[in-house]
Design a protein around this ligand. Structure first.
Ligand code: AMP
Length: 170
């Protein structure tokens, strides 16, 4: 299946010069959704994670069904101030300023293998910050999985040494 036909390109969103790869059209297509989750499951199962960590918010949409299929737990990586118990935080650079991601300190059992999932990797800053969070929990990185990779931005160079899977490259 050619998933690119199900992803909608929106020029100049959220600001001029950005070509936004809109996955809502893929999510709404029953065959495309099934194919995406099945393919991610096939490509990620050999990584043998104990948990899938999904990055708010589009990482939740793909990470949760993937965790279900792999028979492992799901852990949400959230924007600041959303998680109720004690958290680890990691900051990352935006074009202007910084942002932060958080995870519950007790989210993973010690020494577990964690697979990080997001819809898309662009510059890699978001996924790299999530990897720093996993390091703080003393767990091991099983790898990274993305539906879309924007290869020209070389985001994978920002990530620590672990397997990286992407279903579609632009
Ligand atoms: P980055 O930290 O630069 O790798 O950006 C990744 C995050 O920003 C992901 O959560 C994406 O959903 C979102 N993102 C960045 N660039 C795009 C784009 N061109 N189209 C859609 N989403 C994007």
């Amino acid at each position: 299946m050619d998933l690119k036909t199900l992803i909608r390109d929106i020029p100049d969103f959220p600001k001029p010069g950005i070509l936004f790869r809109d996955i809502t059209t893929l999510l709404a297509d029953s065959a495309g959704l099934r194919y995406t989750i099945d393919t991610m499951t096939e490509q990620c199962s050999h990584l043998e994670p104990d948990y899938v960590a999904g990055i708010e918010s589009r990482g939740f949409m793909f990470g949760m069904p993937l965790a279900h299929n792999l028979g492992v737990g799901f852990v949400p990586i959230r924007k600041p101030g959303k998680l109720p118990a004690a958290v680890h935080s990691a900051e990352y650079e935006l074009e202007y300023g910084t942002d932060r991601l958080e995870v519950h300190q007790d989210a993973f059992k010690p020494n577990s293998r964690v697979l990080i999932i997001d819809d898309l990797i662009a510059t890699g800053g978001t996924a790299a910050a999530t990897a720093k969070l996993v390091e703080q929990t003393a767990c091991e990185l099983a790898g990274f999985g993305f539906v879309v990779e924007l290869t020209a931005l070389e985001g994978r160079r920002k990530l620590p040494n672990a397997p990286i899977i992407s279903l579609i490259q632009y």
